[in-house]
Design a protein around this ligand. Structure first.
Ligand code: ADP
Ligand code: ZN
Length: 688
């Protein structure tokens, strides 16, 4: 089903509930559609066609969820149909029949105890309802018993299988608050403070009321503990939805949730669009994670939409994180979100020593200082593991002087200029000031260097330096899709080794024997043109540094920098994310940046140089005409990484109060030519 992009009207001889799939004629084709509304038409209008076929007996998408999808489609400027096709798995869009399997079986008491070892075992097991999955080990015999009516369909119990842990006082306050008041809550708690246990208790209360629970996680493969604990506590009640599933599994999972047969949906961002008819609670774990923002159309943010869904469905929303987004902190500080905190660790941990290494002018080995190499070697020789962390993800490179740490600033405003490579120049995206790359440092005369470059040879260098200890690189290239979890699981053997990794190593599996963390390069983020760079740096480093010394052994953290005097270090090295966040919020407020102002970004791309930029110039001049007060238009500029995949990218940024941006976006603007693609990004997360 490609979204048709309009509401069409058809006739049917009875009233169909909204959310039912139908086949209808369209031109000389037949297409699948979803009923979104009905009106009485008596007598039928001749010009209307009839619905050919009704595919569902029951609504797949209840009315309140349709209303939510419509709201989201409007907000992100894509329309209901795009959100609907995001909500429906492929098989649903193809019009396939729902897959509903019996979830559980119970012994039919009209039958006597059977004979035979296996039969007897199945008899014992099925005295109370038993999940279909747990009969699979003797499925051929179980199937016979089903055929003969000895095993009959049953409902799975909605009580926890494992006794829940007794909550500590802080956790108790959190659970009681959420159970007592329906609103969005920000739950701030360091890793290990017991957030997952809180989610489990909250879920249990919902299940007891026959309600459903939606749990969003950034990436399923990297949150195995959370998924595993939900399954252990609520066996047979958990459905996962994520991108690695087969089309069949997705459709089956969707049906189990949409029919309320199962109570708990754990999934990545698109799971948010799935209809839960009995929705009672939404949890967004690691709410600051940028993967909640979809990078392609529809560019929705699942964290933000979770709050809207909670309002539409009258369900509490719990946003959990050790390092919340500044948006959520601002919402909490303004009283829009409730404040919940877990300060104590649920489990005792060893202290970690933090060191800043000033690398200005030092001889480096593929970016690593002697001090860092010594720390790694000593860790391995003690029989423990070390993590070498490369902090790069979508950040533009930064020019700096290796000798003195000098870095260029925009001469006419506060912002950092962005480094453009082709042609080479520094370009301030805020005031449009452009200047050439300095070759020599204006402060000490040494050669300038580009930071944030790949150190591909790091793995080889480390292998040689740490011989005979193994060095494992874990990133998307080395792991393949969804495979990082496996490499991480391998590292759980605890044998002395070096792990090299990027952001994806920051969370995930417990590595109890990991006691040393080296942060190779973070300076690019200190002076990035992206206003969220420091926030992201704080979130990642706090998470990564928290990986050292999680068990009974003391840990050490080594952070290399050319900027030892930068004000973020005292915050980060003491783990004071709250203070860092308040510093940043004050800066954002002064500059009118989110969350104190809103943004919309027009993105354009074209195979020919200059065309996308030229188109956005036309858009900008159309918008600048009678620009509402309080709105700023920045650009257009080429994107910081202008050439990607054979296309030239450009962007135009609108900043100001949300309602004014909305009004501005309703204005007609020039259409792009055929060679130019243009898309709108509401609340952009990155300005690339
Ligand atoms: P988080 O999700 O914040 O990282 P978890 O819920 O995973 O924290 O808790 C960290 C560890 O502490 C887990 O091993 C968990 O089993 C344990 N834990 C959490 N709450 C309690 C509790 N109330 N009593 C005992 N152990 C707990
Ligand atoms: Zn400037």
């Amino acid at each position: 089903m490609a979204p048709i992009g309009q509401d069409l009207t058809y006739l049917h001889d009875s009233t169909l509930p909204p959310g039912v799939r139908v086949r209808v004629p369209l031109g000389n084709r037949q297409v699948m559609g979803v009923v979104i509304d009905h009106e009485d038409s008596d007598p039928p209008t001749d010009s209307l066609k009839w619905i050919d076929q009704v595919l569902d007996d029951q609504s797949l998408i209840p009315q309140p969820h349709l209303n939510f999808l419509r709201w989201a489609g409007q907000y992100y400027g894509v329309g209901l149909e795009v959100m609907l096709s995001g909500a429906l798995p492929k098989w649903a869009r193809e019009g396939r029949a729902p897959i509903i399997e019996t979830q559980a079986w119970q012994w039919n008491s009209e039958f006597e105890k059977p004979r035979g070892r296996v039969r007897l075992a199945l008899f014992e097991r099925s005295q109370s309802p038993v999940a279909t999955e747990s009969l699979k080990d003797h499925w051929s015999i179980a199937r016979e018993l089903i055929k003969t009516g000895q095993l009959v369909p049953a409902e799975l119990p909605r009580q926890p299988a494992q006794p829940p842990l007794a909550l500590n006082d802080e956790q108790r306050v959190v659970v009681d608050s959420v159970n007592q008041e329906v609103k969005p809550w920000l739950l701030e708690g360091v890793t290990g403070s017991g957030k997952t246990e809180v989610y489990l208790h909250l879920a249990q209360a919902q299940l007891a009321n026959h309600k459903q629970v939606l749990v969003l996680v950034p990436e399923i493969g990297l949150t195995p503990q959370l998924v595993g604990r939900f399954e252990a506590r609520f066996p047979g009640q958990v459905v996962h939805l994520h991108s690695a599933l087969t089309d069949r599994k997705r459709w089956q999972g969707f049906c189990e949730i949409a029919s309320a047969q199962k109570a708990i949906l754990i999934g990545t961002r698109s799971a948010l669009l799935t209809p839960l008819p009995e929705l009672g609670l939404i949890v967004v774990d690691e709410e600051h994670d940028t993967s909640y923002k979809q990078g392609e159309s529809p560019r929705y943010n699942a964290r933000d939409l979770a709050v809207v869904l909670g309002q539409h469905r009258n369900a509490p929303v719990v946003l959990g994180s050790a390092t919340p987004s500044l948006e959520s902190i601002a919402n909490r500080d303004a009283g829009r979100f409730g404040a919940l905190t877990l300060r104590k660790r649920a489990r005792a941990e060893s202290p970690t020593a933090h060191h800043l290494i000033d690398i200005r002018g030092l001889d480096l080995h593929e970016g690593l200082s002697d001090k860092a190499l010594d720390a790694i070697r000593q860790t391995l020789e003690r029989g423990e593991q070390a993590l070498v962390f490369l902090n790069r993800r979508g950040f533009a490179p930064v020019l700096t002087c290796h000798q003195c740490g000098y870095h260029p600033e925009c001469p006419s405003c506060d912002a950092r200029p962005t480094v453009h490579r082709e042609p080479r120049r520094l370009w301030c995206h805020h005031c449009d000031h452009q200047s050439p790359w300095p070759v020599q440092c204006p402060s000490c005369g040494h050669r300038m260097a580009v930071l944030g470059q790949g150190t591909q040879r790091l793995e080889t260098t480390l292998s040689l330096a740490m011989d005979p200890f193994p060095v494992t690189r874990i990133d998307r290239d080395s792991a393949g899709a969804g495979g990082a979890g496996k490499l991480l699981a391998l590292a759980q053997d605890g044998l002395p080794r070096v792990l090299i990794g990027t952001q994806m190593l920051a969370k995930g599996h417990d590595l109890p024997n990991l006691t040393c963390v080296v942060v190779v390069d973070s300076d690019a983020q200190l002076f990035s043109g992206d206003f969220r760079a420091i926030e992201r740096l704080g979130q990642t480093l706090i998470q990564v540094m928290g990986r050292a010394g999680r068990a009974d052994k003391p840990g050490s953290v080594w952070v290399q920098t050319h900027q030892p005097d930068h004000p973020v270090w005292p915050r980060l090295l003491t783990g004071d994310y709250a203070a860092l966040a308040q510093d940043e919020l004050a800066l954002r407020k002064r500059a009118g940046l989110p969350p104190h102002g809103h943004m919309a970004l027009w993105r354009a791309r074209s195979p020919n140089a200059g065309e996308a930029l030229q188109h956005l110039r036309e858009v900008a001049s159309a918008l600048r005409d009678g620009l509402p007060e309080g709105i700023r238009i920045l650009g257009p500029t080429p994107a910081p990484m202008e050439r990607r995949a054979g296309q030239y990218h450009a962007q135009l940024l609108l900043m100001g109060p949300r309602s004014q941006i909305r009004t501005l976006l309703n204005r007609p603007i020039p259409a792009p030519s055929r060679r130019v693609w243009r898309g709108l990004d509401i609340d952009p997360q990155d300005l690339f």
